[in-house]
Design a protein around this ligand. Structure first.
Ligand SMILES: [Zn+2]
Length: 136
């Protein structure tokens, strides 16, 4: 894990600030917690506000936040999925099947909504015609 982080750091050192050891990072974050801030374990660029806008919850029930910021989490998740998509055919098949199922579900929801809208509009047009006929 540390090896991978070090490798990522070597590949992309730009956003990285101090690059602390895990022990030192924990010590600083304990200190920063008093000010409601936290340094992300992955990019360590700045002490971010410790809130749900910058960090995902690790345990929502007790209001505990993750040690990695949302931005880094999303980037890592995207990278892992892309890697897995190309490396694991079974995973890719499941991924594509899930996407297709979602697409079909949304499509049928859309079609049902559209049919409902058209039915309503048709009824309105008919009501308008009938109103006019009665008024005469
Ligand atoms: Zn981060």
């Amino acid at each position: 894990m540390a090896e991978r982080a070090a490798q990522e750091y070597a590949e992309n050192p730009a956003p990285v600030g101090a690059w602390l050891t895990p022990k030192e990072l924990r010590r600083r974050n304990r200190e920063l917690a008093k000010y409601g801030r936290r340094i992300c374990r992955t990019h360590q660029g700045a002490a971010l506000p410790l809130d749900s806008e910058h960090f995902y919850y690790a345990n929502r029930a007790i209001g505990q936040f993750d040690t990695e910021c949302k931005h880094c989490f999303k980037a890592r998740d995207k990278r892992n999925k892309l890697e897995r998509y190309h490396a694991d055919p079974q995973w890719r098949a499941r991924f594509l099947a899930k996407n297709e199922a979602r697409r079909q579900r949304r499509r049928s929801e859309y079609l049902a909504q559209r049919a409902d809208y058209r039915r309503r509009k048709k009824a309105e047009r008919l009501a308008a015609v009938l109103d006019k006929a009665v008024a005469k």
